[in-house]
Design a protein around this ligand. Structure first.
Ligand SMILES: NC(=O)c1ccc[n+]([C@@H]2O[C@H](COP(=O)([O-])OP(=O)(O)OC[C@H]3O[C@@H](n4cnc5c(N)ncnc54)[C@H](O)[C@@H]3O)[C@@H](O)[C@H]2O)c1
Length: 336
């Protein structure tokens, strides 16, 4: 029987609990992966959510204690963003591979320190850019890469949500802790643009602050590639009231277009007709966890979310922030 990859989950809030559910699903399906330990400063919350099952897991309140378990292959980091760099580096130095939630870190300096720790300790580090594993976005990626609908003419991405007033002590609305909507929400589409089209020559962005101290809650950005295509992404997490989360795109090609709405993905063909692609509804979290465990098992390289991409995406967002501060000036991103 194949040796199981053993996981220590660090952080059991909103996204940590979503990861937990996917570990359960993967184990039920017989994937050679096993959630062995859970660490969260608030153990009561962990026990409340997992109920009697907590006897199956080793429970910790401190990463340092969980890292003493030599049998763990990787640490899955679902902590608030301001702790990503510190926790990743500590785990890598203890010889663990690390799977860390997006955004990689608060700034590119922290990202570079994380990459150095992974290299120095010869361990894998992958950032959980879940869109790269979502079937709708993989379908789009395939369409762009294969050129089956011709060249891209324009692309528009949008993400809208209620403000994260629910986060503990509103940490997500403190720019110093989360990077604000620009880094927390908008990053998904910036990562997608980077994955689809590579490095832009310039970026021009405008943004608005709505909640005190939260940074840019509303963002609208254009990405220039030195050709004619018009690439735009916007996000807004100041949509209050009974607003339903939106994750959409509209990508126009020479011979048709792909449109994602909350109803799903539709392909419209220039020469007539449209159809709904037949895609499975596996989540991005399912795909990324399965992929990371498989890369460890095969001692392979991370090809779907290379660390260099994750660093570049943070640098791109830093350029967007600079552009917003200069009233939308075109900024040439630095890629050091
Ligand atoms: N991929 C996605 O779509 C997605 C969605 C939501 C959140 N996220 C990212 O995941 C990260 C966490 O977000 P969240 O919404 O789950 O936050 P959260 O506040 O709901 O959860 C964080 C958890 O970490 C625990 N914690 C905090 N400090 C700790 C410490 N020092 N040691 C141990 N435990 C500690 C808290 O008790 C809490 O349970 C953020 O970086 C966020 O951007 C990603």
């Amino acid at each position: 029987m194949m040796e199981k990859i053993k996981v220590g989950l660090l952080g059991f809030g909103g996204i940590g609990q979503a990861h937990y559910q996917h570990y359960q699903l993967l184990e039920k399906e017989g994937s050679p992966i096993q959630l062995q330990a859970i660490c969260d400063a608030n153990l009561e919350q962990v026990k409340r959510v997992i109920g009697g099952e907590h006897r199956e897991y080793d429970l910790y309140t401190k990463l340092t204690d969980m890292l003493r378990d030599d049998t763990l292959d990787y640490i899955d980091i679902c902590l608030p963003t301001y702790l990503h760099a510190e926790a990743s580096i500590e785990a890598l130095r203890h010889n663990k591979h690390v799977f860390c939630e997006k955004p990689m870190a608060l700034n590119s300096t922290e990202c570079q320190a994380m990459i150095k720790a992974a290299e120095d300790n010869n361990r894998l580090l992958m950032i959980a850019q879940c869109l790269r594993f979502m079937t709708y976005y993989r379908y789009l990626k395939d369409c762009v890469a294969s050129g089956r609908l011709g060249k891209v003419i324009s692309a528009d991405f949008f993400r809208g949500a209620n403000p994260p007033l629910y986060s503990a002590n509103r940490w997500m609305l403190d720019e110093r802790l989360s990077g604000g909507g620009l880094l927390d929400l908008h990053i998904h589409d910036v990562d997608m643009i980077y994955w689809l089209f590579g490095r832009p020559e310039w970026v021009s962005a405008v943004g608005q602050n709505v909640y005190e101290g939260s940074g840019y809650d509303v963002v609208s950005a254009h990405f220039g590639y030195g050709d004619q295509k018009v690439i735009h992404a916007a996000s807004d997490w100041s949509l209050e009231g009974d607003y339903e989360f939106q994750m959409t795109f509209r990508v126009n090609f020479e011979r048709g277009n792909l449109v994602l709405t909350n109803e799903g993905l539709k392909e419209n063909l220039r020469d007539g007709g449209s159809f709904i692609p037949d895609l499975d509804d596996r989540s991005g979290i399912y795909g990324e966890i399965k992929y990371f465990a498989d890369v460890i098992r095969r001692s392979a390289l991370i090809e779907t979310v290379p660390l260099a991409d994750s660093l570049s995406v943070i640098q791109l967002i830093e350029s967007e922030r600079a552009s917003i501060e200069q009233n939308g000036a075109k900024i040439k991103p630095g890629w050091n």
